[in-house]
Design a protein around this ligand. Structure first.
Ligand SMILES: [Zn+2]
Length: 177
């Protein structure tokens, strides 16, 4: 396995909608590298374009967190959102936008369809933190950031920090909105 470098805010690959995965041959190695990188960075979700790959692929692992019932790392290929339900506010952060956190309102439950590494199709509903991470990572695959949801006044507060991240990889101060 190998650690991959995390693509930061400002890189054009994070503003593009990714391509569907059609070739599954070397996916397992990439997925293992993504899982190792995510764990190394203390992340709980990682989209393929966050490591520079233009692919509809993401990993999720909340198993090490207290109170989480999802007990193993999960891998999703060619994800589509089937249904959402409810609304809840939660704080989010992002490996591509380090040291910036903000409360964001999103649907509480999400039903997605996806393929596993053997190309098999699944449809599954998620709630709680897993639902939240999935929606955050799905946005990455669509070229969106959690900060896009902020009201203009809050966007202005972090504007300078986002510019710093795009230039140096990190903001000069951390911000929680
Ligand atoms: Zn993110």
């Amino acid at each position: 396995m190998a650690l991959l470098s995390i693509v930061k805010y400002g890189d054009p690959i994070l503003r593009k909608k990714v391509k569907p995965v059609t070739d599954f041959t070397n996916l397992e190695k990439l997925v293992n590298d993504m899982l190792e990188t995510m764990s190394h960075e203390d992340g709980i979700g990682l989209a393929a374009n966050q490591v520079g790959k233009d692919m509809n692929l993401m990993v999720l692992d909340v198993s090490h967190l207290e109170d989480e019932t999802d007990t193993e790392p999960r891998i999703f290929v060619n994800i589509k959102i089937v249904e959402t339900d409810g609304e809840i506010m939660m704080e989010e952060g992002c490996l591509s936008i380090p040291d910036i956190r903000a409360e964001i309102t999103r649907p509480e439950k999400i039903t997605i369809s996806y393929q596993d590494l053997n190309r098999e199709m699944h449809t599954k509903q998620f709630t709680g933190l897993s639902s939240r991470v999935l929606q955050h990572e799905f946005d990455h695959l669509e070229g969106k950031f959690f900060t896009d949801y902020l009201a203009m006044a809050k966007k202005l507060i972090i504007q300078k920090r986002l510019k710093e991240i795009s230039e140096t990889g990190f903001p000069s101060v951390s911000v929680t909105l």
